[in-house]
Design a protein around this ligand. Structure first.
Ligand code: S3P
Length: 171
């Protein structure tokens, strides 16, 4: 496995609720690699939560920080990284990931995403309007771009450990 990775990072992409952070943590532990969570790193760097960043500075500011933080993390050596759902939509970030990492799309259908995001109420993009409609729109916009990922894992409603096993088998 590790030789196939050739000291590249594994970067998990996908929509909110796809399980990027949960799967990422377990995948990192399984492979003996450090785990990084881009959203957490953005919050640390800003000294504000994601909601606060969106509320106080707007989405464009958040995206700027996200791009910088991911660039910094990727340059820090092999790791398993969970990204926020919008990160891979940025062309610069996509290029960087392609250069230094292997991208893995955790694909999930709408009902699963909705079930999972209901549990956490910290997504500014879903805070206004009908969350299901928003999620559908995001699927339409993002899935064609996410499809550029090196690997795609159809998560269905599988436990995180099952998804980790499928990823390890593909490496
Ligand atoms: C976002 C997803 C969030 C977070 C921010 C924006 C998005 O991360 O980065 O709220 O644009 O899809 P998760 O995918 O980890 O929820």
């Amino acid at each position: 496995i590790r030789s196939a990775l050739q000291s590249r990072s594994l970067v998990l992409i996908g929509l909110m609720g796809a399980g990027k952070s949960s799967v990422g943590k377990r995948l990192a532990a399984t492979l003996g690699l450090p785990f990084t969570d881009a959203d957490n790193e953005i919050e640390d760097a800003a000294g504000e939560t994601i909601q606060e960043i969106f509320a106080n500075h707007g989405e464009a500011y958040f995206r700027d920080g996200e791009r910088k933080v991911i660039a910094r993390l990727l340059s820090s050596g092999p790791q398993v990284m969970a990204t926020g759902g919008g990160a891979y939509m940025d062309p610069e970030t996509r290029n960087r990931i392609a250069e230094s990492g292997l991208s893995i799309w955790l694909r999930a259908e709408l009902p699963i995403l909705m079930k999972r995001v209901r549990r956490r109420n910290n997504r500014p993009l879903l805070a206004t309007g009908d969350p299901k409609e928003t999620m559908k729109k995001l699927m339409d916009q993002r899935y064609p771009v996410y499809a550029q990922a090196d690997l795609v894992v159809e998560t269905r409603d599988a436990p995180h450990d099952t998804v980790v096993g499928e990823i390890v088998d593909m490496l």
